[in-house]
Write a protein that binds this ligand. Sequence first.
Ligand code: TYM
Length: 373
Amino acid sequence: MEKSFTVTPWKVEGDIDYNRLIKDFGTEPVNDEILQRIKKHAGELHHFLRRKIFFSHRDLNWILDEYEKGNKFYLYTGRGPSGNTHIGHLVPWIFTKWLQDKFDAELWFQMTDDEKYLFNERLELEEVNKLAYENALDVIALGFRQGKTFIFSDIDYAKTLYRQSLRVARKLTVSTAKAVFGFNDSNNVGQLFFTSVQSVPSFLPSVLKGKNVPCLIPHAIDQDAHFRVTRDIAPKLGYYKPASIHCRFLPPLTGPGGKMSASVAETAIYTTDAPEIAERKIRRYAFSGGRDTIDEHRRKGGNPDIDVSYQWLTFFEESDEKLRNIYDDYKTGALLTGELKQILIEKLSAFLKKHQENREKARKVLDKFIIRD
Ligand code: TYM
């Protein structure tokens, strides 16, 4: 029997079969051939690529073809500011920063405060708008380049965005929106319109620069539905289809499957959690692939493939060698669950400490990254 799971921009549930998503969504796998092409230009491969955490794409070969012809691409990604940023959100952004450095690309970063207002009855306009700027600190803290990175709230950049959203909305029928997003008559009308706004940065620099510029969108696979719509409409407006590269989800602490969700506090670690809080959450909640007793674990070994601490290390431990040793030691039983958690705790604490320092520094330069109209 096929396992059931759901992956939409607003709901991710169940045991996700990523290969099946490639088939269902009609994307292409990130294969060794394309990795070699990226390596040729970047000089190396990010561990997210080496481990196929970025596992799927659309039109990445075309992006590289254009790049090789001297037609440089820009990057576009975003965040729906519904609360604090969690470390899962950082996954596409860390990779985007790497792409910015390696390909000297501009980044256009959309804060969809409008989306969060429309989709979450509990959040008020002032709140989502404020969160957009709080979340922007997490983006800046990752080291994106000033002058090449443009962050905007949909609400505060509305004059520019609205004009272009109208052009998209006119080409989008209600029946397409229903089919792609699963909307029905009980959805509010703003929700149907919203995807038009998320489409716009896929071609906005082409409008502003007066010439078509290729766009590459790194994101987790949940956002793909939006860009399926965009890819259909952009050529009708005279622009390139945006290319994209998709990552898997950092699983929730209570794992092993699904995606870390910002609304379930104990399953997530937020970028603003003090290292001690992160430590407590990992010790208390991290789903373990270990055996019931130490004795049994030593004899039979643990299962790293379902162990969330190990899964998280595949995202946060950059050294392939260290990771392989951890895998082997856990599988043979030489490494206990408590010890594995300790490795993760040390890795994440160091990351959080640095990130939080950078986040505070980012407050001083926030205005240099924000565009509004
Ligand atoms: P949002 O705020 O839900 O998520 C922000 C980004 O994080 C990705 N993501 C994850 N990646 C790895 N592991 C996880 N557990 C995890 N959870 C979320 C999301 O795929 C996303 O890339 N509507 C969007 C904001 C947006 C956007 C964009 C995102 C506007 N334009 C262009 C990507 C690209 C949203 O609410 O994202």
